[in-house]
Ligand binder design. Sequence first.
Ligand code: ATP
Length: 316
Amino acid sequence: MGSPLSRAKGLTVPSFAKVNLGLEVLGTREDGYHELRTLFQSIDLHDRITLRPLPRGIVIECDHPGVPRDETNLAWRAAESLKRRGGVSAGVAIRIDKRIPIAGGLGGGSSNAAAVLVALNRVWRLGLGPDDLHRLARRLGADVPFFLVGGTALGLARGDEVYPLRRQVKAQVVLVDPGRPVSTAAVFARVDAGLTHRENSYTIFRFVSRDLEGVEAFPLLANDLEQAALEEAPDLARTVGRIRGSLVREGALLAALSGSGSSFFGMFDDVQRARRAHAALESQGFAVHRCRTLSLDQYRGAWARALGYNSGRSWR
Ligand code: ATP
């Protein structure tokens, strides 16, 4: 906690998590990354990031012991890249109140990086537009550009070409953290080794086309990383079987692993069903979050309010 004075000068912004409603791995690229098609969805589970001015340097504070405080923290790297790009000599203290489970396929670090880019662009009055911010974001990581956009969006290439969907998904989300981290690199290595049978199924394009017709098409979606993640962690496979069973029993429209895991989620169009699924999973001892999807407008609105775009408020 800072002094009342520094708190008054601080600026707090939300940093929202995402889930992948679907994810297709199409192959490896010449640059070593994977060619993906994914459907990103923002959810209202979020970290809080508070920025305070410092005369120089970048300092990270975080209440979660698993989050690095050094220059490997993505929020640190985001601040550094913006400092360089804008020729800024001032420093910043970045406090992260971590609520998003880490290494869970929920994009917490990438989301923190995007929030820092947008907020510091504002408070340092750099005036960088979407193209400039996107360029910095994709250098920080393939998921970072999505977090500059938010809502329901299609991710192509490394996942860093982001296209918002016309119709934004609105649902209750029951998110389960099985507490068993899985290495993203190991999961992709299994996919590359071909242990998981894949084919170019175009399920995401079919989902998007049906979306244009106003038809819900969740049953089409799948996550190509799920089988590989469960092969990588056979103990997780048993746990996921129980989680999926509870979500499906309560009527989930979609029950899937997010990214490379290990967070597993269910989407519901009915709040009572979501409540029942939450209760059922909690009674089995799981760490469960009940949250909602955020549309593009809701996502943007939350940032605009935090950054005081309508009130002219900033830390100076
Ligand atoms: P990815 O799939 O990109 O590896 P993820 O979404 O599964 O990420 P994150 O919560 O971003 O998971 O954490 C992945 C790792 O990144 C953590 O184990 C941590 O060491 C590191 N990390 C760096 N910066 C952050 C940050 N700001 N918040 C959380 N983790 C961070």
